[in-house]
Design a protein around this ligand. Structure first.
Ligand code: F6R
Length: 611
């Protein structure tokens, strides 16, 4: 959470930082600030979005060649002008921005209070900054050394950028647990939580690792570890264009990303799936194939939408590969002393590749000798880098806070992986394997076809936008999709929604059903079809309003449901890739009808780098 940007070089720094912050707003958007050096340190900050700050400082002298900026997702201290970053040190000479949480800040604050320091905000960041300044003063050392000493004392997560009024070309940066990318230009450097702020200026970037400290000047990038040893920066070439992070004519990133799915799923399958030849090429899987074939179990760790992809993975892998799978919330797994043995396979699923709970969960498992397989969207992210093997989802940058195209990318990877392992292990017949390959190959075209009826979902959304609650039900492979549908609606429309296995509903949630409750059934044609029709009857008997996602040609459910949306026919294992899309559209259109800022719904952030 929180987005950070920095620039030092010959260009005007303020516009680079402010544009970069707008691109990083998906990471947090409750307050914004910039610090710049132009004949002295200037700090401007404000509660609200980047645009609010921009408007607020119109007319100020913002000319500068060095600046840092921050867009916040509050952890310590409510969103307010005074808690917004950058924070300024007691001397007024240093400014710092921070993404993360300093866990032992209270102890350090006490020490500083005893020394006579006072604080103007409720943040842990201001404590760390003054701690650094105090070390510099008392040890008579330079800022770099003071930062190093301070970072060795603190626990928690951080990515920090600091500037010093007395050193007007240098940004000091460091990370542990929160991402930091440094863009390398000609006589200039860019810093960001991801590469989006620097895309139009350079394609050469350095991903800073945990416990590394960077001293960044226009013509110099020095990378060191906390032991003060130099590290050679490893430059990676970015494979991303500016267009990928712009709205491209759509009203919202979320809508753009929903409509991109025919091509993002295609990109995910491309080069891997060859249905005609009957092959799947996944080097990450093949490099670990003996482990997969001999695995006595697989543990999947993830959060949120990625956890729902993990749940579907359990169903698919158990069915096709006959390997027991456990799906864990990363936040629980990391703390509950789980049994992880040497050689166990842990699959981590994450769009951002930076989710703190997932990252720490796999770090712990790795320490126990587990093999980590990452299913990640963001190339070069922390989870991708600590994994022993993996597969990227290739969905491209996902900017809308609600995950859409990354989810279908995760499902496509999971299905290919399961098919590949099943084939190698001999747990699938050739006929079934070839049929599923053909079906998977046809998904982009089918998604394209169903998106043509998006307006029908808009009509359904208008009808139910006033609901206070909603229930999402599914069975089998569609149960994780029901959970995901409920999560999307909550996030984007603020309507309370619950996902449930359709048959489990009668053990409690059925008490909620009355003529005002919309119940969304994910009921594509599968082996549970008759059973889910019975569940629908149970809802209808209690006057619930039924919205059903069904397969083309279904002539039973339209007679029962109040509203239906058809998706093309598909094998039951593949169908979730289709049935999830109308649910994404439903939440989008309900959110729009209710006036929610769907790309930035309240209280959320895209990349949850705090626990
Ligand atoms: C929901 C959503 C979140 C994320 C979760 C995990 O739309 O986006 O629930 O899925 O925060 O994030 P990643 O996948 O980046 O680890």
């Amino acid at each position: 959470m929180c987005g950070i940007v920095g620039y030092t070089g010959p260009r005007e720094a303020y516009p680079i930082v402010i544009t970069g912050l707008k691109r990083l707003e998906y990471r947090g958007y409750d307050s914004t600030g910039v610090a710049l050096l132009n004949g002295g340190l200037k700090v401007y900050k404000k509660k609200g979005r980047v645009a609010d700050l921009e408007e607020n400082i119109l007319g100020k002298n913002l000319h500068c060649n060095i600046a840092i900026g921050h867009t916040r997702w509050a952890t310590h201290g409510e969103p307010s002008d005074r808690n917004a970053h950058p924070h300024t040190s007691a001397s007024g000479k240093l400014a710092m921005i921070h993404n993360g949480i300093i866990e032992n800040y209270a102890q350090i604050k006490k020490e500083l209070l005893n020394k006579g320091y006072s604080f103007t905000s409720d943040t842990d960041t201001e404590v760390l900054l003054n701690f650094i300044e105090d070390i510099r003063k008392n040890n008579d050392c330079n800022l770099e050394e003071a930062v190093r000493v301070a970072l060795k004392r603190i626990t928690g997560a951080y990515c920090i950028l600091l500037i010093d009024e007395d050193d007007p070309e240098t940004i000091i940066a460091a990370r542990k647990g929160s991402p930091l990318v440094i863009g390398v230009g000609k006589g200039e450097h860019f810093l960001g939580s991801d590469a989006s702020p620097m895309l139009e200026y350079t394609k050469e970037v350095v991903y800073v690792n945990d416990y590394e400290l960077a001293i960044v000047r226009p013509n110099e990038l020095i990378l060191k570890n906390l032991g003060n040893e130099k590290i050679t920066p490893f430059i990676t070439k970015l494979d991303m264009e500016l267009a990928a992070i712009e709205k491209g004519g759509y009203d919202h990133f979320m809508l753009k990303e929903i409509f991109e799915q025919p091509s993002t799923i295609h990109d995910c399958l491309r080069g891997r799936l060859d249905a005609a030849a009957g092959t799947i090429t996944m080097s990450g899987v093949m490099n670990n194939i003996e482990h997969f074939k001999n695995a006595s179990r697989i543990i999947i760790v993830a959060c949120g939408t990625s956890w729902h992809a993990g749940l579907l993975a359990e169903y698919v892998i158990e069915e096709l590969c006959r390997i027991p799978v456990e799906v864990e919330y990363a936040s629980e797994f990391r703390y509950r002393n789980p049994i992880v043995n040497k050689g166990d396979i842990i699959i981590a699923i994450s769009q951002s590749g930076e989710t703190a709970d997932t990252l720490v969960a796999i770090e712990r498992a790795k320490e126990n000798g587990a093999i980590i397989f990452g299913i990640v969207n963001v190339v070069g992210s922390s989870i991708a880098r600590i994994s022993d093997g993996g597969a990227y989802t290739h969905a491209g940058p996902e900017i809308g806070v609600a995950s859409t195209k990354a989810f279908t990318g995760q499902l496509a990877v999971i299905m290919m992986m399961a098919l590949k392992i099943a084939k190698e292990k001999g747990t699938i017949t050739d006929d079934r394997y070839n049929k599923l390959l053909m079906e998977l190959d046809a998904v982009p075209e089918k998604v394209d076809a169903l998106l043509k009826s998006a307006d029908l979902i808009k009509i359904i959304a208008e009808k139910y936008k006033g609901a206070g609650d909603a229930l999402f039900l599914g069975r089998g492979y569609n149960f994780p999709i029901a959970l995901e549908g409920a999560l999307k609606l909550k996030e984007i429309s603020y309507i309370h929604a619950e996902g449930y296995p359709a048959a489990e509903m009668k053990h409690g949630p059925i008490a909620l059903v009355d003529e005002n409750l919309p119940v969304v059934f994910v009921a594509t044609k599968d082996s549970y079809h008759e059973k889910i029709v019975s569940n629908m009857q149970e809802i209808k008997a209690r006057k619930g309003k039924i919205i059903a996602i069904i397969t083309e040609g279904d002539d039973v459910i339209p007679g029962l449901a109040d509203d239906v949306f058809y998706v093309p026919t598909a094998d039951e294992i593949i169908a979730p890739l289709l049935s999830t899309i109308p649910l994404q559209l439903l939440s989008y259109y309900v959110g729009i009808a209710k006036g929610v800022d769907v790309d930035k719904p309240r209280n959320l952030a895209k990349s949850v780098t705090v626990e």
